[in-house]
Ligand binder design. Structure first.
Ligand code: GLC
Length: 711
């Protein structure tokens, strides 16, 4: 007699409607009508009765530990069973202590920072009673028009995978569930970042080759790191909505990856397959969702209204339902909900640890490593004696923490003008040139340095906030030209959730890309401007010269007619009106240090598949500043059955240098680094000539060729 597991013994006593209830997630205001919880999205009339509501298995978002305790108690008092609710929430870059937005974290090229951010976010979220976070977003993206670029880690597979893995490790505390850790629901599966024209929710039409090579690896890395759930994306893939896409949810997730994570639809996404034209009605949608492998439905009631009919008329076996419910109950057991349904919810502890000095210090540390210095003509760091005029819409704007901050509050953090205060002779947030009076212009003109703080409003990125034109909004380019024309020296600070068009700004004396840096934005920018810290960020996305270049990314194919400016041949792959290259390339970012690379050495110029290739490079910091350098290693496979990109990032290390310090930095490559995924998701590697490139950005590298022989 095989002993029943705890989940199996619970399921044995559940009614069919109770089982189906576990497969539904509802917003908290269904239970607490004046809930403080911030839940995004319109809620359709779900036509649920009281009994159904008290069978649901999980809740989307919660406003406080007090509310969580109240809701869980009310639920258990009214439910016909004693299976506690799972509480899930969007903790994207912090709970109350807010960290740099994910695209900014990616600029740090430091997975340790991402892990720290997730660790602290989990500690804080845990005190509110949250069990699972809808994070990290593992969607690779090559289109800055897409509003959700802000939530991802950019255009590179390795960077996106490394940051996703690190965040899962941080949230779950390497799966040591219990005090201070939360489980992860990664998202959005799959290929959401490839939405056509960067328009959110739009069609995704990518090759299987690109799906396996570019878009899927980060989800796999995050699942392998211990994510317990995965959320389906709103888009279609191969013409089938991801939410009912059997290829994704069964063939890839269950068969190819042998993954046991729970699948959950995005908000109302199961209902929306009708709108997609992939189901006739809710009855059809319920059947297709279940058959495709969708476990939980979020914020709609297709399963609750229709699944019981499918079981009763024999379309769906109840045993198949039990398999899904077992996954859900097992997770609740793993998270300790049956021992303590209120888990970490603790009103006093939440007050004590959220926004603590230690957590704010960590937020500042992350911010310092997330800023990318794009220009510096010997202006920064400032000496501290300069008379500064601070102008532009971000001069005293408190809204610096970035979108998707959920429980974060803008108004408790300092503005640039408050932090730079003692250095300022003039401050104005006026963003329109004509609003400046003659007297004001003279005050700005007389300053030693003008700091121009401009960019996008936080509301211009995030979900459903795509832009067809990614130039600086509200005529800020005119404001820039004005500041450029009258300032002795000009520092430009850009706040944005995506790459913007910066062609007209590259003649700044200094240009810092600040993204949205969270709770310590102003303090971090101050330290970087005055040299108390040294910029070390590198671009996680290529910055286009115009929208016409999009999609633009560094790891592209060579084509049969690669552009060569030395060639007289007209018939080459190029534009008539703009260069092929981005304005600022992937992996680019300046430091106050000057790093010189030399002596790239390989352990051999020919290796077999059983051998590894040791690489070393000598890097010297040519001045007295101290700081980090992100050393990047790219490879190129010159010839393969499926053509390979002209370069692919395969390793990176963030290395500290003291003034005038030299270091030999080493890396190791093996067959895994030289392999690629084909259009069936199989890993392949072929004999031939490779190049290894090591440098400070994707275009500034030392390179050596070597041969790889499969034996
Ligand atoms: C939203 C987002 C998703 C989020 C979910 C719950 O529509 O697409 O990222 O986690 O709903 O809020």
């Amino acid at each position: 007699m095989i002993k029943q597991t705890k989940a199996e013994s619970i399921i044995k006593n559940m009614s069919l409607s109770e089982k189906i209830g576990q497969m539904t997630q509802l917003p908290p205001y269904i239970y607490i009508h004046n809930s403080e919880a911030v839940v995004y999205g319109t809620m359709r009339n779900l036509q649920l009765n009281e009994t159904q509501i008290y069978t649901a298995g999980s809740v989307l978002g919660i406003g406080s530990p007090k509310e969580m305790i109240e809701l869980q108690k009310k639920y258990l008092d009214n439910a016909t069973h004693q299976i506690p609710l799972l509480f899930m929430a969007d903790i994207i870059h912090g709970y109350k202590t807010i960290f740099p937005v994910p695209i900014a974290l990616a600029s740090s090229f430091n997975p340790d920072i991402a892990r720290l951010v997730a660790r602290i976010s989990a500690l804080e979220a845990y005190t509110s009673g949250i069990h699972i976070v809808f994070s990290p977003m593992c969607d690779l993206t090559r289109d800055p028009r897409w509003g959700r670029v802000v939530e991802g880690f950019g255009e590179d597979v390795l960077l996106t995978s490394s940051m996703s893995e690190a965040m899962v490790e941080g949230y779950t505390n390497f799966q040591k569930f219990g005090e201070g850790s939360v489980a992860c629901c990664i998202k959005h599966f799959a290929g959401y970042g490839a939405c056509e024209a960067g328009r959110d929710y739009n069609t995704v039409d990518i090759s299987r080759l690109s799906l396996y090579r570019d878009y899927l690896p980060a989800y796999k890395k995050a699942l392998d790191a211990g994510a317990d759930m995965i959320m389906t994306s709103f888009n279609t893939l191969d013409g089938v909505p991801a939410t009912i896409n059997k290829f994704l949810l069964r063939d890839v997730l269950r068969e190819l990856w042998l993954c046991k994570a729970i699948t959950i639809a995005d908000y109302d996404a199961l209902n929306q397959v009708i709108e997609h034209g992939a189901a006739f009605d809710q009855m059809d949608a319920a059947y297709k969702g279940f058959k495709a492998g969708l476990d939980i439905e979020m914020a709609s009631s297709v399963y609750m209204n229709m699944l019981e009919k499918h079981v009763n008329n024999g379309n769906i076996e109840e045993s198949a339902l039990d398999e899904v419910v077992k996954r859900i109950i097992d997770l609740k057991i793993k998270l300790g909900l049956f021992d303590n349904p209120y888990s970490g919810a603790n009103i006093e502890k939440e007050k004590q640890i959220c926004l603590s000095e230690e957590h704010l210090e960590a937020s500042k540390k992350a911010a310092l490593e997330s800023v990318v210095m794009l220009e510096n003509k010997q202006l920064l760091p400032l000496k501290g004696t300069e008379k500064i005029a601070l102008i532009g819409p971000y001069a005293n704007n408190r809204s610096l923490i970035g979108p998707w901050s959920w429980m974060g509050k803008d108004d408790i953090h300092l503005t640039l003008s408050e932090v730079f205060d003692k250095h300022l002779v003039f401050v104005s947030k006026k963003s329109v040139l004509s609003d400046y009076t003659k007297e004001e212009i003279e005050e700005i003109r007389s300053a030693d340095v003008v700091i121009l703080a401009i960019g996008e409003d936080a509301s211009l990125s995030g979900e459903a906030h795509s832009r067809s034109d990614i130039s600086l909004p509200n005529k800020q380019e005119d404001l820039y030209s004005f500041a450029r024309s009258i300032s002795k020296k000009l520092v430009t600070l850009i706040f944005a959730g995506r790459p913007l068009l910066l062609n007209k700004l590259s003649d700044s004396d200094a240009l810092l890309y600040c993204w949205f840096l969270g709770s310590q934005s102003s303090e971090a920018i101050y330290d970087l401007c005055f040299g108390f810290a040294n910029p070390s960020g590198k671009l996680p996305m290529s910055f286009p010269r115009n929208v016409g270049q999009i999609p633009i990314y560094y790891n592209h194919f060579n084509t049969g007619r690669p552009f060569n400016k030395a060639s007289k041949n007209v018939y080459l792959s190029k534009y008539l009106d703009v260069k092929n290259e981005p304005l600022y390339p992937f992996g680019f970012g300046l430091s106050y240090c000057v790093f010189h690379y030399e002596d790239l050495k390989l352990s051999s110029y020919s290796i077999t598949s059983k051998e590894k290739l040791d690489i070393s490079v000598k890097i010297t910091n040519k001045n007295n500043y101290r700081g980090f350098e992100v050393v990047q290693v790219y490879i190129r496979d010159y010839v393969a059955e499926i053509v390979r990109p002209i370069k692919e990032l395969k390793k990176f290390k963030k290395v500290w240098f003291e003034g005038f310090e030299s270091k030999v930095v080493d890396f190791e490559l093996n067959i895994d680094d030289l392999s690629y995924l084909d259009d069936s998701g199989n890993s392949r590697c072929e004999n031939g000539k490779f190049s290894v490139m090591v440098g400070t950005s994707s275009i500034d590298v030392l390179s050596e060729d070597f041969y790889f022989l499969i034996n």
